[in-house]
Structure formats: C-alpha cells, structure tokens
Ligand binder design. Sequence first.
Ligand SMILES: [Zn+2]
Ligand SMILES: [Zn+2]
Ligand SMILES: [Zn+2]
Length: 122
Amino acid sequence: MCKHILNAQVAIRSPCCRKWFDCAECHAEQENHSLMQSMEMVFACKKCRKVFRKDAQQFEESDEYCPHCDNHFVIEAKTPQAALSVESDDVRVNNKMLKDERTRQQKLRSIFDPDEEADKLG
Ligand SMILES: [Zn+2]
Ligand SMILES: [Zn+2]
Ligand SMILES: [Zn+2]
C-alpha cells in the first residue's frame, strides 16, 4: 500500500524491473536503481483490477480514464504532507511565505533552507 499518494487509483508497472508500484517514490524505496522512463506506460486499475497501456507521448484527456470501467485515475494526488500541513510549523511558515512576493520568499528560503534538500519536508 502506497504511503505517498493516499488516493492512488492505479498501480504502474515499472519498465526497469517490471514490478507494480503505486508511485515513483515507492519504487525508490524498494529498489536500489533509479526508475526507468518509458513512453509506454502499463497501468493496473485499482477499481476493476484490469491492466491497460497508455502512450505517454499521446496522453489526452480521455486517457485519464480507465478504458475498462471509466475510473478517473489521473487525479490530484493526496499526499500525507498536505494532510498534515496544519500540524507542521515548517509548512505553515512556507504557506505564509507563498503569499509574499517571490523575491522575498527566495531570500527567506535561503535563510531557512541553506540546503536545497531541506525543502523536502518529512
Ligand atoms: Zn525498477
Ligand atoms: Zn508511493
Ligand atoms: Zn478500471
């Protein structure tokens, strides 16, 4: 079960190791190689459990739906970070900064996050 995208509608088969993952982060945690990019993506719908293929180069709006059961699988990902945003001081500061002008945000960012990696909360 994916803990990064709480509302995942499909599993994706990685082209490199041909295993099923809910998201790229799951792959990164379970495998020690980087995820291979492929133009042909293989999905498994979590609703009807059928497998289908999509061409990433010709991905249109109608391709956001499972061809078998019409499940809309391209949706805004619900992440644990977003769900916990009220609880975290850091995220609250970041949210407040987003309302300020960009330049100021950049300056504050460099003070709070001297390391680019620090931006990845949680
Ligand atoms: Zn892999
Ligand atoms: Zn995941
Ligand atoms: Zn389906």
